[in-house]
Design a protein around this ligand. Structure first.
Ligand SMILES: [Zn+2]
Length: 284
């Protein structure tokens, strides 16, 4: 299965100008084909009207415990009908081979399929870097692309460098970084130490994760700061209300560029964090 044209070429950064371009991104994780959560997601997209909706892993559920869950083809039909400009997928550990049926149903809708595997997606000024997931089975999702090395330094720099600061704006990674209240240490949802290292090395503005549904709720914490980076896991529940984030990004130019301001509101937390890039961010 061939994914859509994901990686448009970065434009050279224009000089001057001070126009405010505002774009809205809605992110959600860990829907697990839940009919209830899909319904609430559709409602949230209608309410917030984002241009881009990003599913950061485990929107499917590859095992066959189907109580309260939609079939994968129905999931594709519902998400392809979302009233937004683009829909973006990053793999979690539960898509497995169910992705193939989902993707086949998606292609029937004629909507572009953006399935990121260590790639940059751009919608106007907004760029999103979609990370792989090293848990579960990825061959259906990545086909015909190759697996990526576990060490992000062996692939990430060449992916983000051409985009300048825009490649260090918003990162989407199903597993959270390890060692924070966003995940349970020493457990299967404990987070990824390689992502922690990548964040420390490249200092993106924002990372969005899921995978550990409960720790953010138990710890009453959905965002942590490491250096210049805010990392988010809004958590998830089985019976609602849906947990998700709305990210308002402001840019100087219409081309892919570093956001000059990010506002992230997590629901149902109803809390907001605001991010302004530090001085010299573009040159780092
Ligand atoms: Zn997961």
């Amino acid at each position: 299965m061939q994914a859509g044209a994901l990686q448009t070429s970065p434009s050279s950064i224009p000089q001057g100008g001070n126009v405010a371009i505002r774009l809205r991104l809605l992110t959600v994780t860990d829907l697990h084909r839940s009919a209830l959560l899909y319904e609430q997601l559709v409602h949230a997209v209608r309410q917030h009207r984002p241009q881009v909706v990003a599913f950061v892993g485990d929107f499917l559920h590859g095992t066959r415990d189907n109580v309260g869950r939609m079939r994968e083809a129905q999931c594709a039909q519902v998400l392809a009908a979302l009233p937004c400009r683009e829909v973006v997928f990053v793999r979690g550990n539960h898509e497995d081979h169910m992705w193939q049926t989902f993707a086949d149903a998606w292609i029937q809708t004629r909507r572009r399929l953006n399935a990121l595997h260590g790639e940059v997606f751009a919608y106007e000024a907004m760029t999103l870097v979609g990370f792989p997931c090293f848990l579960g089975t990825e061959d259906a999702f990545i086909d015909p692309r190759n697996p990526l090395p576990q060490d992000p330094e062996l692939w990430l720099p060449e992916v983000i460098k051409p985009w300048g600061g825009a490649g260090r704006g918003i990162w989407l990674m199903h597993e959270p970084l390890a060692g924070t209240p966003l995940s349970e240490p020493g457990s299967p949802v404990g987070g990824n130490v390689e992502w922690t290292q990548a964040i420390q090395t490249h200092q993106p503005l924002l990372t969005i994760s899921g995978h550990d549904h409960h720790s953010p709720i138990k710890n009453r914490c959905w965002a942590v700061r490491t250096g210049n980076t805010w990392s988010v896991n809004a958590g998830q529940t089985t019976h609602g209300p849906l947990h998700y984030c709305v990210i308002d990004a402001e840019y100087r130019w219409a081309q892919p560029s570093t956001p000059r301001f990010l506002s992230i509101t997590a629901y149902p937390w109803n809390e907001t964090i605001e991010i302004t890039p530090p001085a010299g961010f573009e040159e780092e």
